[in-house]
Design a protein around this ligand. Sequence first.
Ligand code: HPA
Ligand code: ZN
Length: 324
Amino acid sequence: MEHFLSSMPKAELHMHLEGSLEPELMFALANRNGIELPWDTVDQVRAAYDFGNLQDFLDIYYQGAGVLQTEQDFYDLTWAYLKQCETQNVIHTEPFFDPQTHTARGIDIGVQIRGITGALQHGREQLGISSRLILSFLRHLSEEEAFTTLEQALPYRDSFVAVGLDSSEAGHPPAKFQRVFEKALAEGFLTVAHAGEEGPPEYVYQALDLLRVSRIDHGVRAAEDPALIERLIAEQMPLTVCPLSNVRLRVFPSLDQHNILEMLARGVKVTVNSDDPAYFGGYIAENFVEMHRQLGLNRDQAVALSRNAFESAFVSDGEKAALI
Ligand code: HPA
Ligand code: ZN
């Protein structure tokens, strides 16, 4: 079964490239760029990955991302992730990047996008992995800063297909970014948003109604609102669920209490994803394997989850048919 889970064809729809920065690469880039890290060894870094909540994680995640400076760094980060995809038979991926994490440090958005898209292009040519990039706004920052970021990104509009919303959820409702998302939609981008990870079901409604999202990232707290679950089922709205992330960030006390298989059984279009694989104990295959070990995931459920992901991908029907 574990071999089946790691070898079945998969699509990943929710992962942050910055969250795939393994400690080994973090040290290599810190050395290359002459940056001091607050840790001396890879083991010390991993020991720091004991998070009480989302904010605990984000503080370390933004610190780690500080080693990314050059186009080559963004290329290397993305390429390392794609090589993991290759070993786990991820044949399509739609990663996020957080431009504001880097523009705040003076790294031009073009440097970021050229590095990332260069690796994605090589991933298509050399590894046969198709991809679509998603630009994610940091919701703890202002609406104005999100508008500025969108303006900075427009010269590279062919490099990404959608905009998203991540970072600290509580206190930063989707409504705060309604106008930015209206502009992104008018420019022809699709939209997604993290909602219902730590935030309440109300934030999921806002993502649907105000941001007009095509997928909800996480969405697990929607289960607290039966009417919302009914709506997600009726609309076949995809949820990009991240089981190991949810346990590491204490959204669920343990994986055996996760609600993903209940939602699947009810007809919610749930998918499995790694979120920040370098920080949460594994890539997409480890998420499937741990669901098997701790949640009793069976073969039919795994296939259904994987099919949901291909069906929810931001590709044309023709490309979808070729992938499935
Ligand atoms: N939630 C919100 N923001 C994030 C996450 C997450 O799980 N990972 C990276 N940025
Ligand atoms: Zn995420």
